[in-house]
Design a protein around this ligand. Structure first.
Ligand code: C2E
Ligand code: MG
Ligand code: MG
Length: 622
């Protein structure tokens, strides 16, 4: 009899089924559909074998042909079902579930399947056996051939159409799977004695199982928890089908410099066991020291999170700190990209507990938009430097200016620094941004155009955060050499929008820059951030009274006394003073009386682009 290949196929598919059922499962649509396809394959092979046996029995020994016909029909109906389930498995992961056309395609394929099955049920079927050649024939069988071909071709076409949206491995596996079917069907069609289709379908399932549904990629070998790959699959699956979930994430930071590997592993294992013990919900190890659990709803997550947090101290005796991220509702985020981006941002943050509610998600979204804006501006040379002239009251000339950064959007709009500097400081983008501004100013000064028009110095803002990430001395020296910049042309303003974490390092690095002849000024004096301590040992030669401080002079007697007194102190310390935010003539006069050396403000000029700034200097100074 011609059933050896079928028996082999059945053995293979049984093995896969057992392996599939034994593995730890994650509730994923793909997996459900794959399992459905496996079941159809098993049923199909069983009826394939049964039909061969019964055909032989009917032809050779006169077994009841009606029963054989029924079995043959069930077999071909299952064969079509298998093709259909294979198509559904493949297309569900490809077709966009929320698009109307995809819904129509789905409905049509359902309809074709249902009507095909009905036709196979109603239409007559015959069977034949000549030696090893055993087959069924007739209209019912023809429908089965046509439908199988439709499903195989649909799967291949869909796979090719969506190849850009899937990893290369998936693309190859899908084509291989369907290709094997197609070749087997063609051979069987030409050589009816070679019943290859059943075996080929089982073999195709093996390829899918190994290449796409391989559980080993989903399970972390050392802890038995699900892996990052599994979390990625889970999150993509949930967003794809619009299903809500809640998530709890815990990251353990060891606070000692030296952590014994075994102790760390022990803590990891204890955490994993605690998470597994805590409940049926899937737990993941997404990094060496980061774990998360997903829940169907927020209340369950909150109840469990309290439990997990309490257990922190029981997992390690080492000094450790936990960072916890609670996401009550995944649908607050637009999709997997935003979800993982948020996770990454807040797990790296300093906060102990982060609750990703609507407000936080919006803040994060805005921050990311700005982050992208900065990246885009850096990549496409849309970082611009404007110059605001200072009036020198002693020499009656505009001989100093401040360089102020702006970002030009693709549509031409300008974005003011207040909108992006704080984000740049937080993300570290302040480093490339600061370097870009510095280079642009150096390039501008290297032409000598501004100096010809009376400019003696440009003040460049350096945020204290820049000293946290790197040593600005490096790029300052590099560009000064490259553009042959005289150090007296440049003054660096330390802005205090963020304060340096390591003040000693900052002072040391400032010292290196000062040694090369570049001076510093202290920006935003009077905003409350610069206390006495801060400026006493700050090596600055210029103090800038902040807008709000100078405004206070005119509205508040006390501020007036403080400001006058402070100006006096700074002068005695050998420093000069700049008054920022001066908008009227009266204000200029008052500052002049107070002994301020420089006036920066809209009264004289707003920050100007390079060419307008040069025209301004030419008009006022020459
Ligand atoms: P800042 O360094 O204190 O700069 C002075 C700000 O006051 C500028 O705002 C300027 O346009 C504004 N201003 C000047 N005169 C007047 C006035 O009369 N009235 C009013 N209402 N405002 C006046 P801008 O350009 O928006 O810059 C804001 C801040 O962004 C700067 O404050 C500085 O802290 C930061 N910044 C600007 N460029 C850079 C940069 O290249 N690097 C860094 N780290 N920070 C920068
Ligand atoms: Mg400034
Ligand atoms: Mg300022």
């Amino acid at each position: 009899m011609n059933i050896e290949l079928q028996c082999c196929g059945l053995f293979i598919i049984f093995t896969i089924t057992v392996m599939f059922l034994r593995e730890k499962k994650l509730d994923l649509m793909n997996r459900k559909l794959f399992f459905r396809a496996i079941c159809a394959c098993v049923a199909c092979l069983i009826f394939d074998i049964l039909s061969i046996i019964l055909i032989n029995m009917s032809v050779l020994r006169g077994f009841n042909p009606a029963i054989t016909q029924i079995v043959c029909k069930i077999y071909i109906m299952l064969l079509v079902m298998q093709g259909y389930f294979g198509y559904v498995y493949a297309s569900t992961s490809m077709l966009p579930p929320d698009r109307l056309w995809a819904k129509i395609v789905k409905a049509v394929s359902h309809l074709i399947f249902a009507s095909g099955e009905l036709m196979m049920l109603i239409l007559p079927i015959g069977f034949e056996a000549h030696g090893r050649e055993v087959y069924s024939y007739g209209p019912s069988t023809s429908v089965a051939y046509v439908l199988s071909a439709i499903y195989i071709l649909s799967t291949i076409i869909t796979t090719i159409a969506f190849r850009k949206e899937m990893p290369g491995r998936r693309f190859v596996a899908m084509l291989l799977w369907q290709g094997i079917w197609l070749i087997a069907a063609a051979i069987q069609f030409m050589v009816p004695g070679l019943l290859l289709v059943g075996f080929a379908s089982a073999f195709g399932m093996v390829i899918l199982y190994i290449q796409l549904e391989n559980p080993s990629e989903f399970i972390d070998g050392s802890t038995g928890l699900f892996t990052t790959n599994a979390l990625s699959a889970y999150v993509h699956d949930r967003y794809r089908f619009g299903k809500r979930f809640s998530l709890f994430t815990a990251k353990i930071h060891f606070l000692t410099n030296y952590v014994d590997y075994n102790m760390e592993q022990a803590a990891v294992m204890r955490t994993a066991r605690a998470l597994i013990k805590l409940g049926p919900e899937p737990a993941f190890r997404i990094d060496d020291d980061t774990f998360c659990v997903v829940y169907e709803d927020k209340d369950r997550m909150l109840e469990r999170a309290a439990n997990i947090k309490m257990q922190k101290d029981s997992v390690t005796d080492l000094p450790a700190k936990g960072t916890y991220l609670l996401v009550p509702d995944s649908l607050l985020m637009s999709g997997p990209d935003e979800f993982f981006r948020l996770m990454h941002t807040y797990l790296e943050s300093e906060q102990e507990i982060v609750f990703a509610d609507e407000e936080l998600v919006h803040r994060h979204r805005r921050q990311n938009r700005i982050k992208d804006l900065i990246d885009d501006a850096l990549a496409n040379d849309r970082v611009e430097v404007f110059y605001q002239p200072f009036y020198n009251l002693r020499e009656n000339i505009f001989n100093v200016a401040e360089a102020l950064v702006r970002i030009r959007r693709a549509n031409g709009d300008l974005v003011p620094p207040a909108d992006f500097i704080p984000v740049a400081e937080e993300t570290g983008q302040i480093i490339p941004l600061g370097i870009r501004v510095f280079e642009k100013v150096c390039r501008f000064l290297s032409t000598g155009d501004a100096q010809e028009r009376g400019l003696g110095q440009v003040e460049i803002n350096i945020s204290a955060a820049q000293f946290d990430y790197e040593n600005p001395a490096r790029f300052v020296f590099e560009y000064m050499e490259k553009y042959h910049i005289d150090p007296k042309w440049i003054n660096l303003e330390i802005t205090e929008t963020a304060s340096a974490q390591n003040r000693d390092v900052m002072l040391r690095n400032m010292g290196k820059i000062i040694d090369r002849g570049i001076s510093f000024s202290l920006d935003d004096f009077g905003t409350g951030r610069s206390n006495i301590d801060y400026f006493i040992d700050m090596p600055v030669s210029l103090i800038k009274f902040d807008n709000s401080f100078t405004k206070g002079y005119f509205g508040n007697e006390k501020t007036k006394y403080v400001l006058t007194g402070m100006a006096d102190i700074f002068h005695k310390m050998g420093m000069s003073v700049v008054a920022e935010g001066i908008e009227t003539e009266d204000q200029v006069k008052a500052m002049d009386e107070m002994g301020v050396e420089y006036i920066q403000g809209y009264y004289y000029s707003k920050p100007l682009p390079e060419n307008e700034f040069l025209s301004f200097l030419a008009e006022k100074n020459l």
